[in-house]
Write a protein that binds this ligand. Structure first.
Ligand SMILES: [Zn+2]
Ligand SMILES: [Zn+2]
Length: 435
């Protein structure tokens, strides 16, 4: 049996917020979970403590995002509470007030990228990134591993941390050829400053408990042991459940609990999950019990039938091959980076981004500076079909003096031309400028 741990929970259902009446991210999404928690009497356990969230500050958002409009025009109070709730969770852990924490809030965040114009895949603000950068500002540039167990590829988190060698991002998701947002493939290993530290694990439809736990034990845990993070964060999406209306997986509440137990994250942050009555109450219960070191063996959905969700041999064999390839990439990342970025000082990527909810098309050019002394400067030019045009520059937290200077010069001396605004994130000075 595992040892009991003190668990902090922030539960904020945001019942007054919704995207639209018919949207799957329904305003009652967390109410069944809330009932389940009450029914199970979790508040009576002495090692489980409920906390109130706080509201994220504008500065906390700017450490992560370039927001090219008035804040109140794109985000609601619920968004600020979801981000602020996550910050508070990690802060509780850092202050050692609790051993672990779980932020059960909505809206989710893992599709929100560095530039954010509006709602993409139900997300505007990246709650995990806002949380991590707030904590790094206070405690230094901690090594963090983010394991995203939502069924959709965490493309926003990938984008934000693509060039950060201090943040290992691992996304387990249903293969992008079969599900929104259509990304998250093996070759997307990171920018020149962090090649190999972005790990996508695209799972075939109908992957079950056996597959999830196999990938965790034989691939993710060994990689984490190599990386030796200070913190493990779980983007705890719950839409891999067999009853989820948007996806095609075969995972169960008990499987989620077991995964949480073995992954042993410091903080879990709720992401997606749209089977709000059949899955969420049981998965959340399982995650809570696992995090608190309590017995979760009785967590079973009323309609659970193991034969219906068992995994085929084909899926198992496919996963074994996939794991080999990913393991190879991890072990050989330095060699692969050398080959890919040899003789290049700047690496440029083009990106087309669609905001499904806000109906915005965005075109980005991202330029990574390859530097021998730091992870390097990042420059983004972005325009969209609403006629917004911006230049956005990020000086990363580990920037060397030369890259910091280059970033500041670029900000001050770039011709305004036809940009609406030029933005600078100077993470070293914790300074966020716009001209
Ligand atoms: Zn999802
Ligand atoms: Zn540098």
């Amino acid at each position: 049996m595992s040892v009991k741990k003190k668990l902090g929970i922030i539960l904020f259902p945001a019942y007054d917020w919704e995207i639209s009446k018919t949207h799957p991210e329904r305003k009652e999404r967390l109410l069944y979970t809330q009932d389940q928690i009450l029914e199970e009497g979790l508040g009576d356990f002495e090692n489980i403590v409920f906390y109130n969230p706080k509201i994220a500050s504008e500065k906390a958002l700017k450490r992560v995002h370039f927001i090219h409009s008035k804040l109140e025009n794109i985000v609601t109070k619920s968004h600020l509470i979801a981000a602020g709730g996550a910050i508070k969770c990690l802060d509780l852990v850092m202050r050692k007030e609790v051993n672990k924490a779980f932020s059960i809030t909505r809206p989710p965040g893992h599709h929100a990228m560095r530039v954010t114009y509006g709602d993409r895949g139900f997300c505007i603000l990246n709650n995990e990134a806002i949380m991590i950068e707030a904590i790094r500002q206070k405690y230094g540039n901690l090594k963090v591993a983010i394991i995203d167990t939502d069924c959709h590829h965490g493309d926003g988190t990938e984008n934000i941390y693509y060039n950060d060698p201090n943040t290992l991002f691992i996304s387990l998701h249903q293969d992008g050829r079969t599900l929104y947002p259509g990304t998250g493939f093996l070759d997307d290993l990171g920018g020149p400053g962090a090649y190999g530290y972005n790990i996508n694990i695209p799972l075939p439809p109908k992957t079950g408990e056996e597959g999830f736990l196999m990938v965790l034990e034989h691939l993710i845990l060994p990689i984490l042991a190599d990386f030796e993070p200070d913190l493990i964060i779980n983007s705890a999406g719950q839409d891999n459940h067999y009853s989820d209306p948007l996806t095609m997986m075969n995972f169960s509440a008990h499987g989620y609990a077991k995964l949480t137990d073995k992954l042993n994250p410091d903080v879990a942050v709720l992401e997606g999950g749209y089977s709000i009555e059949g899955a969420l109450p049981y998965i959340n219960l399982g995650i809570i019990l696992a995090l608190a070191g309590l017995d979760y063996s009785n967590v079973v959905e009323p309609d659970f039938e193991s034969e219906k969700v068992s995994q085929s041999v084909e899926v198992t064999n496919y996963l074994k091959k996939l794991m080999e390839e990913i393991h190879y990439n991890w072990k050989n990342k330095e060699k692969l980076a050398l080959k890919k970025f040899q003789n290049k000082s700047y690496i440029t990527e083009e990106k087309n981004i669609y905001y499904d909810t806000s109906n915005i098309y965005e075109k980005q050019t991202i330029t990574y500076k390859k530097c021998d002394y730091c992870s390097g400067l990042i420059k983004i030019t972005s325009k969209n079909n609403r006629n917004d045009k911006i230049l956005a520059i990020t000086i990363p937290l580990d920037a060397c003096r030369e890259c910091e200077k280059e970033g500041e010069n670029l900000y001050h001396n770039s011709a305004k031309g036809d940009y609406d605004n030029i933005y600078l994130q100077n993470r070293i000075k914790d300074q966020y400028l716009k001209r």
